[in-house]
Design a protein around this ligand. Sequence first.
Ligand SMILES: [Zn+2]
Ligand SMILES: [Zn+2]
Ligand SMILES: [Zn+2]
Length: 141
Amino acid sequence: MESFYATRTDEMLRAHGLSRTQGRIALLKLLASQKAPVSSAFLLRKLGTSWDETTLYRALNTFVTYGILAQFDFGHGHAHYEIAHDKPHHHHAVCESCGHIEDIPAHDSPQLTASALKAARGFKRFTRHSLEFYGLCTKCT
Ligand SMILES: [Zn+2]
Ligand SMILES: [Zn+2]
Ligand SMILES: [Zn+2]
């Protein structure tokens, strides 16, 4: 799944009308090769000296705004990012001890959104949801 997205970073930028700079492509390729959402600190470490924090945050925020990336808060005190463009819907498992995060396939029933919509009196429509499972990973048990 990941390599498939790695070859399509160019297309992601084109689809959203964003200029295809070397830096942006490098950032998206790095994100596309990850198996779970990663922090900006991790990205900064991997990208090396050509990036500073301000440039990285600006790029990440742009990608989130355009829907190329999804941003998550797993309660770690910093955000995590992953490719959202064309990515199949899935959930996340988060270890409360070491912070390990995994992408897990979603097996949502069609009734899930319908029943949630029924329960939310003030809503007419839901466009998406995110679901996180918190617990202990195999290393921490
Ligand atoms: Zn753990
Ligand atoms: Zn994910
Ligand atoms: Zn779901």
